[in-house]
Design a protein around this ligand. Structure first.
Ligand code: EPZ
Length: 430
């Protein structure tokens, strides 16, 4: 019954260092098996999703050597199976990157079709459209995506929706196709660029990542490499909003400020002080913040993965804010949980109308998904009194040592496994 128990009301102050980007790492681990040589990956976040994907890669026969919590060596030279079971996909959707990697390298792959998840239906039609355009046969059989190709031939693909996953999965398959592939309407997220950079380090020929047109010149084979993952812009943004919500002052280190521009702009707009350094940002808020409008968009727009965290800040701000979630159809579920803490938010379709309140009061809440869970922890740290957050397994999937980092900033939070431990915490903090 793992849960976080929190005593709120104290501003978070101090310094925190950001880990590697989970959403880049998941794709980069898949890319690593596309060569028979050894690939070393550094700055991996030590989170559950990464551990599960490493197990999936071992399951198909790759050799994984864990050097330390944040470094692995992978050798895909003896992969014996191109079939990735549902168990892995059920745990982490991003196992579907093994589709593009295995199809690209072995011209065949059987990967369980990911289901929906807590934030929406999560189709992969654009991934499959890209594989077919490259010349692969794609069938859905018994819940598996079964794909194979005599040859993969470069082509011109126009994505119907801007999709991070489809952009990356097609890039993986096209890297070893014959000839040139152009992906139009491509996603421009930093983690798309990180995957392209990693593939190029392995000998691929990819240009234009980070723009909406990516050009891939297929190569015969890829070779070993050593690559370090970029900092996680969403983990960084989460701590930025934690400073704002608790009226604290946090120096967030090991970030790429450019990746945080949409978040920085909004925090400044509502009255935070944000100072940018080469590889750090400092966020502080000394007074009650103001309202604004947020609409989530593909990068460089305001990231959907930061929408719940920003809403927590706005629900404590002066005036009425509007938050529109335009990427996923079910990413406002935290609103009911936050209402238990005193927030006044009205949801109409995919829009939340937020009337800011002066204070949250602590309550028992459940994490509906990864980012909403992190957002509710921030709400607990800003609230008066005690908050318990259940279902924190979602949070552990994407944040490394989240409670430890928050404690280092003065947050009164513990991960407890029983009522007895929870009681001990309450007695200890009083
Ligand atoms: C990635 O998901 C991230 N996950 C998500 O982060 C993130 O929210 C999302 O990109 C958007 O930035 C990983 O990288 C592992 P999409 P992904 O394909 O690739 C529709 C987190 O919290 N779509 O860009 O699945 C889709 O329904 C997670 O770390 C199709 O219609 O997102 C959505 O409306 C949550 N057909 C939109 O596109 C497709 O084939 C964007 O989805 C693919 C997507």
């Amino acid at each position: 019954m793992e849960q976080y128990i929190i005593k709120g009301g104290k501003p978070l102050c101090g310094e925190v260092s950001i880990g590697g980007a989970k959403n880049a790492a998941l794709a980069i681990l898949a890319a690593a098996i596309m060569t028979d040589e050894t690939v070393t990956i550094e700055n991996l976040p030590y989170v559950m999703d990464i551990r599960v994907l490493l197990s999936a890669i071992e399951e198909i026969g790759a050799v994984v050597e864990r050097i330390d919590k944040h470094t692995v060596k992978i050798n895909g030279g003896h992969i014996g199976s191109v079939s990735v079971e549902y168990d892995y996909i059920k745990k982490i959707r991003a196992s579907y990157y093994l589709l593009g990697a295995l199809l690209g390298k072995y011209k065949k792959a059987d990967v369980a079709l990911p289901g929906g998840c807590n934030i929406g239906s999560r189709p992969i039609d654009q991934h499959l459209k890209g594989f077919k355009a490259l010349g692969a046969d794609v069938e859905i059989m018994n819940g598996m995506v079964v794909t194979k190709a005599d040859r993969l031939v470069g082509t011109h693909i126009y994505l119907d929706v801007v999709s991070v996953g489809a952009t990356i999965n097609i890039m993986l398959a096209a890297a070893l196709a014959e000839g040139n592939t152009i992906i139009e309407n491509a996603a421009k997220e930093p983690h798309v660029v990180d995957v392209a950079n990693m593939l190029n380090t392995m000998g691929a020929n990819i240009k234009g990542a980070g723009t909406d047109v990516i050009r891939i010149k297929g190569v015969e084979k890829l070779h070993g490499a050593t690559y370090s993952i970029i900092p996680d812009q969403i983990e960084a943004g989460t701590f930025m909003t934690a400073a704002a919500a608790t009226r604290g002052d946090i120096l967030i280190k090991n970030v790429i400020p450019k990746h945080l521009e949409a978040i920085t702009a909004k925090l400044i707009e509502i009255g935070c002080d944000v100072e940018e350094f080469d590889d750090a940002v400092r966020v502080s808020a000394t007074k009650r913040l103001g309202h604004t409008h947020i609409k989530t968009l593909p990068y460089p727009g305001f990231p959907t993965d930061m929408q719940p965290q920003m809403a927590i800040v706005l629900a404590l701000s002066e005036g009425t804010s509007i938050v529109t979630e335009s990427i996923f159809e079910n990413r406002l579920k935290y609103v009911d949980e936050l209402a238990r803490m005193g927030a006044t938010i009205k949801v109409e379709g995919n829009t939340a109308i937020i009337d800011g309140v002066e204070h949250y009061s602590g309550a028992q809440v459940n994490a509906p998904d990864l980012r909403a869970g992190a957002a509710l922890v921030i709400a607990g740290l800003a609230a008066d009194g005690f908050t318990t957050v259940d279902d924190i397994v979602y949070i552990l999937r994407g944040y490394e040592d989240f409670d430890g980092k928050l404690r280092s900033l003065g947050g009164c939070i513990e991960l407890v496994n029983s009522e007895e431990e929870a009681l001990k915490f309450r007695l200890k903090v009083g």
